[in-house]
Write a protein that binds this ligand. Structure first.
Ligand code: UDX
Length: 440
């Protein structure tokens, strides 16, 4: 099939490359010329394992092209995926919908044959219906434009696999209008469906809510275990052993029960806030008030990490040296949006310590977002003369570090594991004083 992907950021670039890999002919559309130049050259503008190969292969084989022209997009295909960002509005909880709005405004009047726009972005419930109305208002006489919703569940670091082999497909359709969306979606995703991927066909509001509630559930699960970690700290329990034990119950499951400095990134934090804001607008404020607590527990973990670093420095951070391992919001990603690691690094610096940060992939993005932090060229360099080492992102490189070797560079052998990822037996055997969140 022929299709366009409108917006070639993280989600759009992955979706475009993967759809081409399934054999579709894909045109990626973006307004940012530097992003387009990179993509056209087969370069992924961010770090995502495996995506570079998929992108390059499909460009070379002629199935994937890019443009900045909506007119070309409208002409190229009658199926369009909407994959632009919906960031948090400045100073508010609500999502900023200006990018989704501007794409629909930009393309609808240029479409000259019956077409479907599948929204993939995470949006407040009610957006799809509103965009559908707007697209029909702007459509040329006699041209039907349908807006359907096909939320994306991909995780950074696993984006290619999650797109090619999703857990489930969700298609929201507006059944008050004539609709072809289900039939077209079944054709687009025929490989995954043939491999047994469940497909849920529902209405627009449900499809939008599926995404918001999936992310709210994941955030709640992480904050749940982090709240239990606080109790473990007070009572002398071990949250990782506890998570293993409760996780054996398959109604609970072990995934997303890793306690530590909590969730960050471009999705979970802003999505739970936008979900609360939308529920409030709908008069269902109380229904999601627990998410405020989820958010607060999450932010408290960052503060606790700073507190533990202060304790390890003998009660004040002023004048001490802290080596920080990890800047991205999670491993296998260079994304530093709302990164707990950088937030902790920034707070520690504000408290008068000298911090030196190292991350295997996120140095460039970190420097751009937090130019006042000091950055080191390696884990070893970041820990030079450190009074305390903090592990804030669970990269394999840090899990595999040799504590004996690291002993030679630090001033004091103290490590705090913010992700419960280190093998403390090895570190203690090398003479380190080890602490972590939620463990004795
Ligand atoms: C998330 C959802 O998982 C995905 O389905 C959705 O499409 C987009 O948002 P992503 O932002 O890539 O994906 O990250 P995810 O793997 O969910 O991790 C989010 C944050 O939670 C990270 O900061 C991670 O370190 C943290 N986390 C995750 C924990 O603190 N503990 C855990 O047990 C799991």
């Amino acid at each position: 099939m022929r299709m366009t992907v409108l917006g070639t950021g993280y989600l759009g670039a992955t979706h475009a490359a993967c759809m081409a890999d399934l054999g579709h002919e894909v045109l990626g559309v973006d307004v940012d010329p530097s992003k387009l130049a990179k993509l056209e050259a087969g370069e992924v503008p961010f770090y995502e394992p495996g995506l570079q190969e998929v992108l390059k292969r499909n460009i070379d084989q002629g199935r994937l092209k890019f443009t900045d022209s909506y007119a070309e997009a409208a002409d190229f295909a009658d199926v369009h995926f909407l994959a632009v960002g919906t960031p948090q509005k400045r100073g508010e909880y609500a999502a900023d919908l200006s990018y989704v709005d501007s794409v629909v405004e930009g393309i609808s009047g240029l479409i000259s044959r019956p077409s479907i726009i599948f929204g993939k972005s995470t949006v407040p419930v009610g957006t799809a219906e509103r965009l559908g109305r707007r697209a029909r208002e702007l459509a040329r006489d006699g041209v039907e434009i349908e807006v359907a919703w096909n939320p994306e569940f991909l995780r950074e670091g696993h984006a290619v696999d999650d797109t090619l082999r999703p857990d489930r497909l969700v298609i929201g359709v507006d059944s008050s209008q004539p609709t072809r969306a289900e039939e077209v979606a079944r054709e687009i995703y025929s490989d995954a469906i043939a491999n047994g991927t469940p497909i849920v066909i529902t209405n627009l509001a449900t499809a939008e809510l599926v995404k918001a509630s999936a992310n709210a559930f994941l955030a709640t699960k992480i904050s749940f275990i982090n709240a239990i970690a606080e109790v473990c700290e007070a009572a002398g329990g071990d949250v990782t052993e506890l998570a293993d034990a409760i996780g054996y119950d398959d109604r609970i499951g072990r995934k997303f029960l890793n306690a530590g400095i909590g969730f960050g990134g471009g999705c979970l934090p802003k999505d739970i806030r936008a979900f609360m804001a939308r529920a409030g607008e709908l008069g269902a404020n109380e229904a999601l008030s627990f998410l405020r607590e989820v958010d607060q527990i999450n932010m408290r973990r960052r503060a606790r990490m700073v507190e533990m670093a202060r304790e390890a420095c003998g009660g004040t951070l002023l004048g001490s040296r802290i080596g920080i391992l990890g800047a991205s919001f999670k491993p296998d990603s260079d994304d530093v949006r709302d990164s707990p690691a950088l937030n902790v690094a920034g707070q520690i610096q504000l408290n008068g310590a000298a911090v030196s940060v190292y991350d295997p992939k996120a140095m460039e993005n970190s420097r751009r977002l937090f130019p006042t932090l000091d950055y080191a060229a390696s884990a070893f360099d970041a820990c030079q003369s450190a009074d305390v080492v903090l592990v804030l992102t669970e990269w394999q490189e840090f899990i595999r570090l040799d504590p004996k070797q690291l002993s030679e560079t630090v001033r004091s052998r103290k490590v705090i594991d913010g992700r419960n990822c280190l093998d403390f037996d090895r570190w203690r055997a090398a003479g380190w004083n080890c602490r972590s969140l939620g463990r004795p």
